[in-house]
Design a protein around this ligand. Structure first.
Ligand code: C5P
Length: 226
């Protein structure tokens, strides 16, 4: 099979509270997005990496990875799902797409390997995920515990999320135009009645969301490179 990666990187990252979009924050020697792209570009089975960028992006062209022969850039849309759809519109419809958050720079090769190996078990597609370990509480509007939610069969959805390009493209487009709540690629597939598989991923595949996460990401990257 032909395998491509899609990286939605068109967000402005307002939650980090910085001027710079979070994917461009420095993590040791290069920015978060550059680390993420290295993980995908370095995998022998991934033949193309499509990056969705903000129309006013001023930073991507300066990255060392920008001129890599496997890289293709597209202009993203208003929401993450629009950005992913823009990338899918430029992808080979017979390929499999691994959609991966720009803000997950610690992705390990063995996580990609295990996800790719799940194509035979889950021909509808699958995502990396982690079983919930903590006791889960639902809060009331005052920030007090309303109830305990059973963690049985509850998972954290991670990325990459892997689907056949043609089915993800059609389901994502249909879900978007129906106004469905789409927070990841799997939710578009679920909306269409598919049941994507869950593949246990590594705990160090964190999403850099808050400034403190940068320190953890730095630690995981150092370990991976040593
Ligand atoms: O802001 P949030 O963490 O939900 O963004 C998740 C990912 O989706 C980020 O990598 C961000 O750059 C990307 N995104 C995008 N297009 C948008 C909004 C977010 O590619 N319009």
């Amino acid at each position: 099979d032909k395998i491509i990666a899609i990286v939605p990187a068109a967000g402005i990252g307002s939650r980090m509270g910085s001027e710079l979009p979070k994917q461009y924050l420095l993590l040791d020697d290069q920015c978060i997005l550059a680390h993420t792209l290295d993980r995908l570009l370095g995998h022998p089975q991934i033949s193309q990496v499509i990056v969705a960028l903000h129309p006013a992006d001023e930073h991507f062209a300066a990255l060392a990875q920008a001129s890599h022969p496997k890289i293709l850039t597209v202009t993203g849309g208003g929401e993450r799902a629009d950005s992913v759809l823009a990338a899918l519109n430029r992808a080979d419809e017979h390929a499999w797409a691994l959609v991966h958050d720009a803000a997950r720079p610690c992705l390990a090769a063995d996580d990609i390997d295990r996800l790719l190996a799940a194509r035979s078990e889950f021909p509808q597609g699958a995502i990396l995920a982690m079983p919930v370990r903590d006791t889960m509480k639902r809060a009331d509007p005052k920030g007090r515990i309303q109830t305990t939610v059973s963690r049985e069969r509850l998972w954290h959805a991670l990325t990459p999320q892997m689907f056949p390009v043609a089915s993800l493209r059609s389901h994502l487009a249909a879900a978007l135009s129906a106004g469905a709540l789409i927070t990841d690629e799997a939710s578009a597939m679920e909306w269409a009645g598919e049941a994507p598989g869950l593949v246990v991923g590594r705990a160090d595949n964190i999403k850099v969301t808050h400034p403190d996460d940068l320190r953890l990401a730095r630690l995981f990257l150092t370990r991976a490179n040593s």
